[in-house]
Design a protein around this ligand. Structure first.
Ligand code: CAA
Length: 380
């Protein structure tokens, strides 16, 4: 067992840290206030290889491992969780989904541009009545021989208004349940595809979240991913990797809040001393550091499982469940340590607290992670 990072991993982490500090930090409060998508920053992250971190270089990716992905995600998320969710969805839901299960033609046509950041991807599973219960897809894709016709509505789609490529999950045969679901590649601009209004959100306000409408969208058969009926398993397998991304986002949010709280507690004085010298604050810092370290171990273990070729359904669910809990609890504590200043935007912790909440909801709520974990325990 080896708990240390390699020289290469340290360099990757430092590059992401440098980018987050110099590029993401300066405008992060303004983007949050204005709900502004970081167009230019996404382009820069593409140049750095952050949009296709694990993708094979022959498809334009960086060819890094999942540990590197986690390190980059943590550093970006410490500063700007809106930017990091764009990175996470593009990497682990869209690029991974295409690279692992797409045809060679699909990879050549779509993956290369997604991995370089020239295009942005979105993953369309959730519906008004199919969030946690993902098998209850109402969106239909009717087989018409050489193409499918897609009809339906998708909700809360990350990068929905900005994406160029959409992986859309739809029901092709209701009688077959989860085996009658398929995944399709839909392009922006296909006739009948409409982007609905942007959501006004509590957190990750710089990300672009929309409802999408599909009205008789004609999708060629070669845009179906995998064999007929593979769509639900495609979604589940892809989401297992996505959960490593969101777990590392939660870890970064928690770490970012902790670092701000520690710094503040060493500067702010009350009752004649820096507040970190009061046990009420020192014990909060001890709890934060311990829980964040435990979360990091779970997140790294899930990434390691992926890199080793082990099954990571359960380890990614545990990492997301725990890291998102730690992020929520300790961003609240970071605000508390900051007192009145914690409630003010310029101190950043209130944004991190708002951003933390979504990590307990998207890519499977905490309750869904417990279903995945408990089923694995009972099955094994
Ligand atoms: N790998 C392979 N196959 C899997 C699988 C996996 N990880 N998980 C399930 N399956 C298979 C099952 O084996 C089963 O196959 P058989 O019928 O052959 O046995 C089939 O899929 C159906 O599985 P279940 O019976 O377990 O299905 P279920 O209806 O009980 O649902 C669930 C399982 C885990 C609750 C699932 O519905 C789920 O994960 N829900 C949450 C959905 C989610 O995460 N949504 C997030 C939206 S995406 C998002 O947020 C992106 C964003 O923009 C940030």
């Amino acid at each position: 067992m080896n708990f240390s990072l390699s020289e290469e991993h340290l360099m990757i982490r430092d590059a992401a840290r440098e980018f987050a500090q110099t590029e993401l930090l300066p405008g992060v409060i303004e983007r949050d206030n204005k709900q502004e998508f970081p167009n230019e920053l996404v382009r820069k992250m593409g140049d750095l290889g952050f949009m296709g971190i694990m993708v094979d270089p022959k498809y334009g990716g960086s060819g890094m491992d999942a540990i590197s992905y986690v390190l980059i995600m943590e550093e970006l998320s410490k500063i700007d969780a809106s930017a990091s969710v764009i990175v996470s969805v593009n990497n682990s839901l869209v690029c991974y989904g295409l690279e692992a299960y797409g045809t060679e033609a699909q990879k050549e046509k779509y993956l290369t541009k997604l991995a370089t950041g020239e295009n942005i991807g979105a993953f369309c599973l959730s519906e008004p009545e199919a969030g946690s219960d993902a098998t209850s897809q109402k969106t239909t894709a009717i087989d018409q021989g050489d193409h499918y016709i897609i009809n339906g509505t998708k909700n809360w789609i990350t990068s929905g208004g900005r994406a160029d490529v959409f992986l859309v999950i739809a029901q092709t045969d209701r009688d077959k349940g989860s085996h009658g679901i398929n995944a399709f590649i839909v392009e922006k601009g296909m006739e009948g595809f409409h982007v609905g209004p942007k959501e006004d959100k509590l957190g990750i306000r710089g990300s672009d979240t929309h409802t999408l409408q599909f009205n008789d969208v004609k999708v060629p058969k070669e845009n179906r991913i995998g064999d007929d009926g593979f769509g639900f398993r495609f979604a589940m397998k892809t989401l297992s990797g996505g959960r490593i991304g969101i777990a590392s986002q939660a870890l970064g949010i928690a770490q970012g809040a902790y670092e701000l709280a520690l710094k503040y507690s060493k500067e702010r004085k009350a009752f004649g001393t820096e507040i970190c010298n009061h046990q009420a604050i020192a014990f909060k810092l001890a709890d934060m550091y311990t829980d964040i370290t435990a979360a990091r171990h779970l997140v790294m273990k899930a990434a390691w499982d992926k890199d080793q070729g082990n099954n990571y359904d359960m380890s990614s669910a545990m990492a997301k469940l725990y890291a998102s809990k730690v992020a929520m609890e300790h961003t609240v504590e970071a605000v508390q340590i900051h007192g009145g200043n914690g409630f003010v935007k310029e101190y950043h912790v209130e944004r991190l607290m708002r951003d933390a909440k979504i990590t307990q909801i998207y890519e499977g709520t905490s309750e869904i992670q417990k279903i995945v974990i408990s089923r694995s325990i009972i099955r094994d």
